[in-house]
Design a protein around this ligand. Structure first.
Ligand code: ADP
Length: 400
């Protein structure tokens, strides 16, 4: 069974073609600058050089047509005809309170996702464009929607209700939704497998530390708390997003800097985080390099970031009444031993015995706590695409 996984952004899209017999990656790629001059498709087949296709791609349908052509190509393709694709799995950011798990896409689902667009105006519209374009290109192929918010739908009202007038929850759906759900679900499942335990018996804190960053408390396989909220702006300090701040800062800056809504939104989403504190970059590799040369604000940005992660590991353990395992994933979580060590070094009170030697690895599954550590610490590279492909397979198997 071959499954195509699609992740559509506003001007870019990523794809992976996976053979579910053995969960083997057949090909992957990225289209950039859709609808903008200079459109470019980069297609990768494992073991071969990258293939770059530079052609005008005016919209997602044209771009996806190029993706299908690349997948069928005689030299660097992986299928003979599109009929070989058994299903398409789509990543969709926001499913509101509508879906707590992945679903087979039909007209009702597309309409429900359109209703959620006001909650994720930058993400859902391109996600839906990708679904509709694919439906036109492959009208007979089943499609599945996998949602970033779905995993967190198991949170209880005490976790998701904000202490503002309840009418805003009723009127607009203002509540905590949480994001990165597919990643938190994947790494918590893998962590249980690596530890040889049933996930139902584990309390796991998952730390997805990439450009966007969030923590989740996964109790018995279910998300019970998470740092991201109504939008992906809340919680941890991120590359360019502020995470938790006193909400009064917003009105203070609007009054004193004369920011309008759009300018304020740009400040919080694009100019804050470790970029804002360091004044150097949103990328930890640049900030680390500057800190090593003695740049004080770079050092401060790293400290602020790590401190916030440490605090939320504590709060998320508290939300579950304990913790058995802490998992690090995504760009920084998988690749930065120094950040992991700084975050874990004071977690002895929880029962963490950190293993600095084991921690000296990058990008591979590994237990980085000492053998007798009461709380295990793990690095688990995330694989959202595989999770989407697995959900897609499961749903079309049920449908058969
Ligand atoms: P996204 O949220 O965009 O998917 P990623 O999960 O790819 O982000 O994470 C990207 C971030 O991971 C980079 O901005 C960088 O800060 C961090 N990162 C990646 N590799 C390393 C590394 N080797 N050392 C330190 N930080 C890294």
């Amino acid at each position: 069974m071959k499954i195509l996984v699609i992740n559509c952004g506003s001007s870019s899209l990523k794809y992976q073609c996976i053979d579910m017999n053995g969960e083997k990656l057949l090909a992957s790629g990225l289209v950039e600058r859709i609808g903008i001059e200079g459109s470019k498709l980069t297609h990768k087949k494992p073991g071969m050089d990258k293939k770059i296709i530079e052609e005008p791609m005016s919209d997602h349908k044209v771009a996806l047509n190029h993706v299908l052509a690349a997948l069928k190509d005689e030299n660097y393709g992986v299928i003979k005809s599109v009929e070989e694709l058994d299903a398409v799995g789509h990543r969709v950011v926001h499913a509101g309170e509508k879906y707590a798990c992945s679903v087979l896409i039909n007209e009702d689902v597309v309409n429900a996702l359109k209703e959620c667009s006001s909650l994720a105006p930058l993400h859902n519209p391109p996600n839906i464009m990708g679904i509709e374009a694919m439906q036109e290109l492959l009208p007979n192929t089943p499609m599945v929607g996998v949602f970033d918010t779905a995993f967190h739908q198991t949170m209880s009202p005490e976790e998701y209700i904000y202490a503002i007038d309840y009418k805003y929850y009723e009127k607009y759906g203002v509540r905590r939704y949480g994001f990165h759900g597919t990643s938190h679900r994947y790494v918590s499942m893998r962590a249980a497998e690596i530890l040889g335990k049933d996930i139902k018996d584990l309390k796991i804190v998952t730390c997805h530390l990439g450009n966007g960053a969030s923590i989740a408390a996964v109790d018995g396989g279910k998300s019970v708390a998470t740092t991201m909220g109504f939008t992906p702006l809340e919680g941890l300090v991120m590359g360019t997003r502020c995470g938790d701040i006193d909400p009064a800062i917003v009105t203070f800056l609007m009054a004193n800097e004369g920011f309008d809504i759009k300018a304020m939104d740009t400040e919080l989403n694009k100019k804050s985080g470790v970029l804002g504190v360091s004044g150097i970059s949103s990328d930890f590799r640049d900030i680390d390099a500057a800190a090593k040369e003695g740049n004080k604000r770079a050092k401060l940005a790293i400290q602020v970031f790590n401190h916030r992660v440490k605090k939320h590991i504590g709060s998320h353990s508290a939300a579950m009444g304990g913790v058995d395992a802490i998992v690090f994933t995504a760009g920084l979580g998988e690749n930065s031993p120094t950040n992991r060590e700084a975050i874990c070094k004071d977690l002895g009170y929880l029962g963490v015995e950190f293993d600095s030697e084991a921690n000296k690895s990058r990008g591979e599954e590994r237990i980085i706590s000492k053998e007798n550590s009461k709380v295990k610490v793990l690095v688990v590279p995330t694989n959202e695409e595989l999770m989407i492909a697995r959900d897609t397979k499961q749903l079309i198997d049920i449908d058969k």
